[in-house]
Design a binder for this molecule. Structure first.
Ligand code: ZN
Length: 101
């Protein structure tokens, strides 16, 4: 048995395992970041669903409008008709009309 070659194989394997371990760590970080982002978006959406994010007089501030625009661009309705549901069929005229106000 070629002990030298066996040793080289084990060393190579060890190196590959090390690389995979690093890659696994990177993927785990990405998954955690995605889960956190998802939670943040769900909380924000819930605030809009319950109307907590809207000022009492119904007047939209510019930052409130930016948030609505962002939610719309992320694929959700912000119009009265389908508020908070996923936009499955492209642009929504009601949402666009609301954003133009
Ligand atoms: Zn809509």
């Amino acid at each position: 048995m070629d002990k030298q070659s066996l040793f080289v194989q084990v060393a190579n394997l060890e190196e590959r395992i090390g690389e995979l371990y690093v890659e696994l760590g990177t993927l785990k970080d990405k998954i955690i970041a995605l889960i956190e982002e998802n939670q943040r978006l769900e909380q924000e959406l819930e605030r809009y669903r319950t109307g907590a994010a809207l000022p009492p007089d119904g007047e939209l501030t510019s930052s409130g409008k930016d948030n609505l625009m962002r939610i719309y661009q992320e694929g959700f309705h912000i119009c009265n008709v389908k508020y908070g549901s996923l936009r499955t069929d492209g642009e929504c005229l009601f949402c666009l009309g609301f954003l133009r106000k």
